[in-house]
Design a protein around this ligand. Sequence first.
Ligand code: ZN
Length: 217
Amino acid sequence: MILPVLALVGFTGCDRTMVANADDAQSNDKTPATTVAEPEKASAPSKTTQTKTTKVNSKDKVPFMIGEYNPLNEKEAYVLLHKGTEAPGDGGYTLTKDAGIYLCRQCNARLYKADDKFVSHCGWPSFDDEIKGAVARNIDADGRRVEIVCANCGGHLGHVFEGERLTEKNTRHCVNSISMRFFPEGKELPPVIKQVDPAESKQVPKPTDKTAVEKAE
Ligand SMILES: [Zn+2]
């Protein structure tokens, strides 16, 4: 019942529009090879990034780190900090069905429950709901899609699409595996790393005296 709709409206992936293929969606659990796109090359860390990024002198794995957040390797930084998109496919968490929870790779914020994950055949992990308050939405730089970011650290997660009628909630969070870390049910979760956004702190009005602060609090 959803397939005719898919065929009509087309099927939009994280990275680019993909033409719907009802046969693939119906009979093949694996992503059609024709949808595989080459990941764009990671750009150098931008000096205009909102929060200062530190490039640590390291031979390989851990070159990028912001404040107290978890250090990121180059591929992770490319997606989380520079809004890149990993190549679609069955890798990462795309086909993971285990019970558990998905955390932000950069700050450990609890983003998605495995219960809300579904098979979308789009090539990326898909969820039809987020943990309340965990995901913020922005208009993408392309002016067309809706970008989703971690509400705590601002790390790029992917995009969200509505109206595809893939699930009852009619929503698909199309998330890069590399933006998340999966913790199976029962495994102890690391604490969320909180950090005040400098832009946000500027918006807090400065009290005129100490009494005002105490009263306000
Ligand atoms: Zn985060």
